[in-house]
Design a protein around this ligand. Structure first.
Ligand SMILES: *[C@@H]1O[C@H](CO)[C@@H](O)[C@H](O)[C@H]1NC(C)=O
Ligand SMILES: *[C@@H]1O[C@H](CO)[C@@H](O)[C@H](O)[C@H]1NC(C)=O
Ligand SMILES: *[C@@H]1O[C@H](CO)[C@@H](O)[C@H](O)[C@H]1NC(C)=O
Ligand SMILES: *[C@@H]1O[C@H](CO)[C@@H](O)[C@H](O)[C@H]1NC(C)=O
Ligand SMILES: *[C@@H]1O[C@H](CO)[C@@H](O)[C@H](O)[C@H]1NC(C)=O
Ligand SMILES: *[C@@H]1O[C@H](CO)[C@@H](O)[C@H](O)[C@H]1NC(C)=O
Length: 333
């Protein structure tokens, strides 16, 4: 069930983020830690690595060796020094070390962990050991193969897990997710490397645009993102007919928001994944409730990209908290 018709009426002002100034020469001094949940060999992350590097950033990529979609903020570490099974696309094969870098690029690492533990591995091990403890200015996660919209997907998404793990440490972070869900191996896509209409290249270009805008504003503001916050970005379908999706500032909750649910398949007798649409995730308590919801924007509009600011301050609103505190008064000290 969709509530889009209600939303249409409610969504008056859709504010479009102004196009950023061209990328500054100061980028050379900015270090970006790049990760994802689809694995280090996915085309999306490799295209993004290349584009951010070409824009002048120092990019250090540390991403899971295997597909870790849906692992949320789980913090899994390797338990053997070598891989007992091959990485995604068998790259690298079983028996390889549990972490390593590309032979021809010291800045591209895999780690047999989850997005969240990849961030920790990078910050607590790679940076001090190989990069003279260089400061990471920004963590970029993705672009994910598939969208990650609404509060229902926030804890589940490995793409987001990487970002809130960084935000927990006070490091600004952005999760990027695309509507494309092809799990593609970068070595299969070499011929499309310069194809401007190829999804991973379109997304990578948009990542650079947003990151440039953020670093450009940073020179005028003390914090690139307010502490406790990170950004969640989702792209609608892109391709030859949508090569420059328009960024729109949104919120995580609201109409069309979804949460994981299940249905029973009578033929197989097994439960299958479905999306659930429940009033709780439509409810706006915090933030600017006039902003369009990211799920609404991506579901109902074409050629858009939602940009929502999330918070790791999970405490409920003080009025809600004091109400519940009063319910519990008899047992509270
Ligand atoms: C580079 O940084 C300086 C000082 O932080 C700032 O004044 C300048 O505008 C920046 N240049 C660009 C191109 O962003
Ligand atoms: C990078 O930082 C160094 C030291 O802070 C500074 O001297 C240099 O001008 C910066 N480079 C650019 C391109 O802003
Ligand atoms: C584990 O990886 C190391 C480094 O590549 C290699 O020297 C060693 O032979 C591997 N061990 C096994 C059991 O595959
Ligand atoms: C790296 O930097 C962090 C944070 O500034 C600090 O706590 C840590 O001791 C440093 N580690 C090394 C090996 O210099
Ligand atoms: C999807 O990914 C597979 C694996 O890399 C690749 O062989 C295939 O060409 C991709 N399809 C598209 C439409 O990109
Ligand atoms: C149930 O599973 C069968 C066999 O995999 C499949 O063909 C069918 O489409 C499924 N039905 C639903 C409602 O998911």
């Amino acid at each position: 069930m969709k509530f889009s018709s209600i939303v249409c009426a409610l969504t008056a002002a859709v504010s479009v983020i102004a196009a950023p100034v061209s990328s500054g020469s100061n980028n050379t001094n900015k270090t970006i830690l790049l990760t994802n949940d689809d694995g280090w060999a996915s085309t999306n992350i490799r295209a993004t690595y290349k584009n951010l590097k070409n824009a002048g950033y120092e990019v250090i990529m540390v991403a899971p060796v295997s597909q870790r979609s849906g692992f949320g903020g789980q913090f899994l570490l390797p338990t053997t020094k070598n891989l007992t099974t091959g990485g995604e696309f068998n790259y690298p094969p079983a028996g390889s070390p549990s972490w390593d870098h590309e032979k021809d690029d010291m800045n591209i690492w895999y780690f047999n962990g989850t997005p969240s533990s990849c961030v920790a591995f990078a910050l607590n091990y790679i940076m001090p050991k190989y990069y003279n403890n260089k400061t990471v200015d920004l963590v970029v996660s993705g672009p994910n193969e598939g969208t990650n919209m609404s509060p229902g997907l926030y804890t589940l998404s490995g793409t987001m897990g990487a970002t809130y793990s960084a935000v927990n440490r006070g490091i600004p972070a952005i999760a990027f997710s695309g509507s494309n869900s092809n799990n593609s191996f970068y070595k299969d896509d070499v011929s499309k490397e310069n194809d401007k209409t190829f999804t991973p290249n379109i997304l990578a270009k948009k990542v650079v645009q947003l990151v440039d805008a953020l670093f450009a504003s940073y020179h005028n503001h003390p914090n690139m993102l307010p502490v406790t916050t990170g950004l969640n970005v989702n792209f609608g379908p892109v391709g030859a007919d949508c090569m420059d999706p328009e960024y729109v500032f949104t919120r995580l909750d609201g109409p069309d928001s979804m949460t994981p649910s299940l249905a029973m398949n009578q033929t197989t007798g097994l439960p299958v994944w479905s999306f659930g649409y429940y009033p709780a995730t439509f409810t706006c308590v915090f933030g600017d409730c006039d902003l369009p919801s990211e799920a609404w924007l991506i579901t109902e509009k074409t050629c858009k990209a939602s940009v929502s600011l999330f918070s790791i301050d999970y405490d409920a609103d003080y009025k809600q908290a004091s109400r519940v505190q009063s319910y519990l008064a008899p047992v509270l000290n």
